[in-house]
Design a binder for this molecule. Structure first.
Ligand SMILES: [Zn+2]
Length: 253
């Protein structure tokens, strides 16, 4: 699967804090998105030629020429009053593609999940084909016309000082949230060898300790350090420290 990553090309959209702009910030986020996908996931991430604009014959055509199936546009948002109090992620999808809508909804959910500032948008995932008297946003309309499924992700607002600062300070978390939304929606699997979240063993393996641990397990049970249940299940820090404590005081006490 090939994903086309298109960060904002709008240097004139200044951030209200931090002496930076939408193009600089979103190119940095997009580079992180590509790095995570390249390292950990079974797909190809193609970065847009950053000097190219978003007209139909520019990035959307490049996405098609390079064989990409999805066009992920990454932007930050402006409410148009400065400073604004608008907050939260927004996504624009193409109404003819259920996948486009799903990626958009997932991106909003994941981005809002990693942001401490509560979102206050009435509509979070909306059609990107109703604007400009129905011709829609170029990065929604043009890729779809070429058979590349689009979504525009607005990570948060750059004219609200709080969310602008949050974007500047949290680009790793933002990139992680975008990746999670995209790979989760499209079912892109992790590369072999990529770190997996630790998995508990199958239920039938959980009742007995492993051979190498059997002697220690029997000792710990006899000494009252553990009740002997769930030998292969992971431990919380409070469980670990309680067992150390019991070992040192000589049993449950
Ligand atoms: Zn933008």
């Amino acid at each position: 699967m090939k994903l086309y990553i298109s960060p904002s090309n709008q240097p004139s959209n200044k951030y209200i804090v931090g002496n930076t702009n939408e193009k600089a910030e979103m190119e940095a986020v997009a580079a992180k998105v590509k790095a995570i996908l390249d390292k950990d996931f079974d797909c190809e991430a193609i970065m847009a030629t950053l000097t190219m604009g978003i007209n139909s014959n520019e990035r959307p055509q490049e996405a098609k020429n390079k064989g990409c199936q999805y066009y992920i546009a990454i932007h930050s948002n402006a409410a148009g009053v400065s400073p604004s109090t608008a907050s939260g992620a927004v996504a624009f999808y193409h109404p003819d593609s259920a996948e486009s809508k799903k990626i958009g909804a997932a991106a909003v959910r994941e981005l809002n999940e990693v942001c401490q500032i509560p979102p206050n948008r009435a509509s979070q995932a909306v059609s990107g084909m109703t604007q400009f008297n129905g011709s829609g946003y170029g990065e929604v309309r043009s890729p779809m016309q070429k058979g590349v499924i689009p979504v525009i992700i607005e990570v948060n607002f750059h004219d609200n000082p709080a969310t602008a600062q949050w974007i500047i300070d949290n680009k790793d978390a933002i990139a992680g949230a975008i990746v999670k939304a995209v790979v989760g929606t499209l079912g892109i699997s992790k590369k072999e060898g990529a770190p997996e979240a630790p998995q508990p063993p199958a239920p039938d393996k959980q009742a007995e300790p492993s051979t190498w641990a059997a002697e220690a397990w029997a000792w710990a049970k006899a000494a009252g350090i553990t009740d002997g249940t769930n030998p292969q299940i992971q431990c919380t820090r409070e469980q670990v420290v309680t067992m150390i404590y019991r070992a040192l005081i000589g049993g449950k006490g």
